[in-house]
Design a protein around this ligand. Sequence first.
Ligand SMILES: [Zn+2]
Length: 637
Amino acid sequence: MRRSSIALLSSLMFACSLTARGGDSPPVRLELDATAAPTGVLHSHMTFPATPGVLTLAYPKWIPGEHSPSGPLSQIVRLTFTAGGVPLTWHRDDLDIFLFHVDVPEGVSEVRADLDFACVLGQEGFQSDICSSYDQLVVNWWLVVLYPPSLPNDRDPFLASIRLPAGWKYNTSLPLAHESSPNTVEFGEVPLKTLVDSPLIAAKNLRTFPLGGRSSALMAISAESAASLEVPPDVVEHFERMVAETEAEFGGPRYTRYNLQISLGDAIDHYTLEHFESSENRLPSTGLSDPRVLLTTATMIPHEYIHSWNGKYRTPVGLDITTYQDPIKAKLIWVYEGLTDYISGIMAVRSGFWSEDQLRQSLAIDAAEMTYHTGRTWRSMQDTTVGAQMLLVSPNAWVSARRNTDFYPESGLMWLAADAIIRQSSGGRRSLDDFCRLFFAPHISAPYTFEDVANALNQVSPHDWSSFLRRHLDSLSADPPLAGLEQSGWKLVYTDRKSELIEDMEKVHKVDLLWPEWQSWGFADLRYSIGLLIQDDGTVLDSAPGMSGYAAGIVPGMRLTQVNGAAFSLPVLEAAVRGTANHGKLQLQAANGSASESHSLDYHDGLKYPHLQRDPSKPDLLQRIVEPQTAKTTVAR
Ligand SMILES: [Zn+2]
């Protein structure tokens, strides 16, 4: 009874939030001229209702999903304010450089802002502002918008339109109001929150694929070349199964329609981000056709899709900011990102992107990385959540000592342990799938607390979940959390054989499975043997305190020049490390600025790469965890 009332109330509030306005003010009009997208310049023209005095406008600072104060303010290359064609004076706030104060004279009821935003061309990195290339465009509206921060984002009405280069097609989840020539699209009124959460992709080459599902899910692919739009049928089928399986996982969609947007290309660079009714995925031009790229990308798109439920439909307290100027508090990001990380691996198998063995390879990498992150002895996983805004932009150097965004992989291993406990204590009748259906159910969209998570787990399977979660979150043990793997019938072992995943990551230059970054340089993953991650020019990317490389004095930023007297190359180094198992020595010459020093490594165990090995004394729970929940069906096209 109570739940029904809450459900009715929350759905009414949701409906109101789509149309409600802050007071009786008319909407902000935003006309985006993107006709110069091939040169990267976007001209944004906004009209704000105003009254005489000072009008304060904000440029979005804290970007949802990026979990950082990363609004690309420096890429505003021109900004002017006028009223009736007359320039207005303005100044930037002394303390908050994202705020602009405009002097509005008597008799003025409307202020126009003209903002030019320059997309960064030809750069690499996880940056939303690498947003256009000669061939295609990704509009994240936070790049080109100013807004009155006195109104909550979900009560700040906007009417947006866009003008595109001639002949370009587009895809967005924004409601269409009107299409007119030349290439101008007008959208229906939405709150700022919906506008910012609804990216638009555009290109001459753009194709859509229906993905089925209870609500309409569509895959929209833009590409530099028409040939890239020819997606292999089995890959399309994986995406169809991803929609069916994820809907089953969460008990149906929460969105009314969904656009899975993929931009394929090598000039626009690479980036992924979640939204409620879409996801943005910028991949290499071979992103859907090269099996090696697909293998090392398999969890990324399911990850962003899962966020429609975990993160967008339901958001933790602290990440549910009211305006984009409010700092996020990421203490519960181990649910938002960690649970998503765990489920995305399962979905990669249930959808057919990965085999069971490939999931095990991925879990072995996660577990080994947590062993390698010696910083786990001085800072807890909980501390990595609070420091998310820093860790998300930190370099490879000193990852072991500092820790990384471990609230993804370490929390993933914690959720596996939770899944194993629920399955074992319920005799296989309940699982974390039940938690997902309960916690993200249609009647509860309110932001949640730690206690809400523990209580929901308790409803699925009685246990001291608060202590379980706190123990994992606050641990300063050097031992990685392997209980979930062990209870699932698998052990972390190391052999001298590279797993297929590590082999492919090295070949496609992708250091981390989760991040959409393909480096121009190659690397060798020797973290689990001599504790070093080495770039193909010899640069030491990372070095783990306590392991033989670090103990010999090799630290990030040095550059290896010789291996046992021979000129450095990655194959020469790997061969020498392999040789240590047969009494071979390991003498490395390293340059540190103008100095060159010899480092002798006390290491005798050969090459070491992580794998999972079956423990026959226990049932194989992982096999049960990845069992599909739906019958295999094909969407009619
Ligand atoms: Zn995520």
